[in-house]
Design a protein around this ligand. Structure first.
Ligand SMILES: Nc1ncnc2c1ncn2[C@@H]1O[C@H](COP(=O)(O)OP(=O)(O)OP(=O)(O)O)[C@@H](O)[C@H]1O
Ligand SMILES: Nc1ncnc2c1ncn2[C@@H]1O[C@H](COP(=O)(O)OP(=O)(O)OP(=O)(O)O)[C@@H](O)[C@H]1O
Length: 534
């Protein structure tokens, strides 16, 4: 139904797409994948019409809808057919409250009031946001905003849904529910979905085809197994399958389990390296933290200790209070009660400049930290010209031109820059709010390594994240919040084994104590019958 013909696109000097052919059939879900900054959002923009109209740059080639060329039609005239949710859902909000936002698109289409009412109710239930219906959009947590944004396009019943990282702010359970809902729309109503996503483990089981951007402007499109066989970005089970020499490669946990039968018994009982807990006292100690927003209690009597040398993951459902806790520890959010001490000082009582040396925070929206004209200027301002920020940036997302305006970076590049700026100052305590949005697997591995290095030199690190694979790579401990209270905390293995929702793919396939492919890959090679490992 939608066809991209011979698409080429360049921002000024940067060529992003070249000779791209892609068709999206009715009732099909296609995942757009590829490294950070490769051009996934740009490709989606060509379908919605936002590129080149609002992005600038030069587009050639044709976009066809049911055989008719729409390449010159502005986004507004495509909106009744093509629904779009961008990488920053809050940026797309046009009304004040959840219910208004869900109805807005339908009002623009002039639908009857009774239809609008019915669809709003259906959508509130479908996305589990009925309790938020009267809420002011600005007060929602990141994941709540993402659900409302998805809901606001679903109510219009578009024939094509274009979604940019739709699960990036969702907790694991919500992500699964949203994907199952989308799959149902695709199968039952014949809707077509085109989505860019880095967390392939969440979306590949639902994909009919994958469109992989390779980095030279071209796109390879095919069945998931065929594309992933050679892709530079693959979910952990595919990496596991490659290490074990499985053919065909498993795309679901279920398929991998079948292939792994008997394998778990042949692995030793303990991972080769077990990190012992460092014995020093905490760098950060918080007790009895209570925070309220109006009548909502966001945190209730929360206590945490962050040890030097340890990376702690902060997990929990959307809206459970993770961002609130980070900002309270950092000192910006006013607390109703409780204490925070970092090396004996309360960050809330310090001037912002002093505070930054003690506690660094990478916010959920990376752009909040960026205010200068170029990437180089930002790096220099952060590290005083030592080069530390640029070095960190190159590890996370290599090759970004120093003269680029931060506004013109891709989402993942912008996040990488914000992380690099905060880490280059090496504060005693580093807090990160969902720091893997927009990052590809190599970028995430690099971030994990950098956080481990910081911890190894005596810093304390707390990462709020829904990315269970990242937690498996980086964390020593996990703290789980539910409705503003700590409901469990302890070593990563124990928490992950207790809560299936937080289990990474390797644990789902091989069981504890295994969390990551790198722990088992060498063992698989040694135990594979006939040495089938490659
Ligand atoms: N206005 C602009 N001017 C110059 N270059 C730009 C502009 N906007 C984007 N770019 C560059 O184009 C490339 C593609 O960006 P795009 O946002 O499409 O990537 P992406 O694959 O979606 O990235 P991510 O994985 O981070 O979401 C990036 O290298 C980015 O820096
Ligand atoms: N100004 C506000 N007024 C009312 N409620 C608020 C306000 N700010 C936040 N909240 C609520 O407080 C709760 C905690 O929000 P917080 O952003 O800390 O959650 P989170 O765990 O980080 O969520 P997510 O995983 O979705 O990012 C949420 O239910 C949110 O809706």
């Amino acid at each position: 139904m939608i066809e991209l013909r011979d698409i080429g696109f360049a921002y000024d000097e940067e060529r992003v797409l070249e000779d791209v052919h892609l068709t999206l059939e009715e009732g099909e879900l296609v995942v757009v994948s590829g490294p950070t900054g490769v051009g996934k959002s740009t490709l989606l923009g060509v379908v919605t019409g936002l590129v080149p109209r609002f992005s600038g740059g030069a587009l050639h080639g044709d976009v066809r809808l049911d055989g008719e060329s729409i390449v010159r039609r502005p986004p507004r005239e495509r909106a009744h057919v093509v629904g779009y949710v961008g990488q920053d859902p809050a940026a797309g909000f046009v009304t004040d409250t959840v219910e208004e936002e869900l109805a807005y698109g339908m009002e623009q289409l002039g639908l009857p009031a009774a239809t609008m009412r019915r669809r709003v109710e259906e959508t509130l239930d479908l996305l589990g946001i009925a309790a938020l219906r009267d809420r002011d959009l600005t007060t929602l947590s990141g994941g709540e905003q993402q659900r409302v944004a998805i809901g606001s396009v679903l109510t219009m019943h578009p024939r094509v849904l274009v979604l940019d990282e739709p699960t990036s702010a969702l907790d694991p359970t919500a992500a699964e529910e949203v994907m199952a809902t989308l799959a149902r729309l695709v199968h039952d109503l014949g809707i077509s979905v085109l989505m860019a996503e880095h967390r392939l483990e969440r979306v590949v089981p639902f994909a009919d085809r994958i469109a992989l951007l390779r980095g030279d402007g071209s796109v390879v499109v095919g069945e998931p197994a065929a594309v992933l066989a050679t892709s530079p970005v693959v979910p952990p089970i595919v990496e596991l399958g490659r290490a074990a020499g499985w053919d065909p490669l498993p795309l679901t946990v279920r398929a991998a389990r079948r292939l792994a039968r008997g394998l778990a018994e042949r692995l030793p009982q303990q991972p080769a390296r077990v990190e012992g807990p460092p014995s020093a006292g905490p760098v950060l100690s918080a007790r009895g933290l209570t925070v309220t927003h109006g009548r909502t209690v966001a945190l209730r009597e929360v206590g945490v200790d962050l040890r030097p040398g340890a990376v702690t993951a902060l997990m929990g459902r959307n809206g459970s209070g993770k961002s609130t806790l980070l900002w309270t520890l950092q000192g910006t959010t006013r607390r109703r009660g409780g204490t925070v001490a970092v090396d004996g000082q309360d960050p809330a009582s310090l001037e912002p400049a002093q505070r930054r040396c003690l506690v660094g925070l990478v916010p959920q929206t990376a752009a909040d930290l960026l205010y200068l004209e170029t990437v180089d200027d930002e790096c220099r301002a952060a590290d005083g010209g030592s080069g530390a920020a640029r070095e960190a940036l190159d590890r996370l997302a290599p090759g970004i031109p120093g003269d680029r305006h931060p506004r013109d970076l891709s989402e993942g590049q912008r996040l990488a820059l914000a992380v690099a700026l905060v880490l280059s100052a090496a504060p005693r305590v580093v807090l990160l709010d969902e720091p893997t949005r927009g990052l590809d697997y190599p970028g995430k591995a690099a971030l994990a390594a950098m956080l481990r290095e910081l911890a190894a030199t005596g810093h304390a690190v707390l990462v709020a994240t829904h990315d269970v694979e990242f937690v498996a790579q980086v964390a020593d401990d996990v703290v789980v919040l539910a409705e503003g209270e700590v409901v469990s905390s302890g070593p990563v293995l124990r928490v992950v084994a207790e809560s299936p929702a937080f289990a990474p793919q390797v644990t789902k396939v091989l069981g504890p104590p295994w969390l990551r492919v790198d722990q088992v890959a060498p063992l698989l090679a040694a135990t594979a019958p006939g040495g089938a490992a490659s």
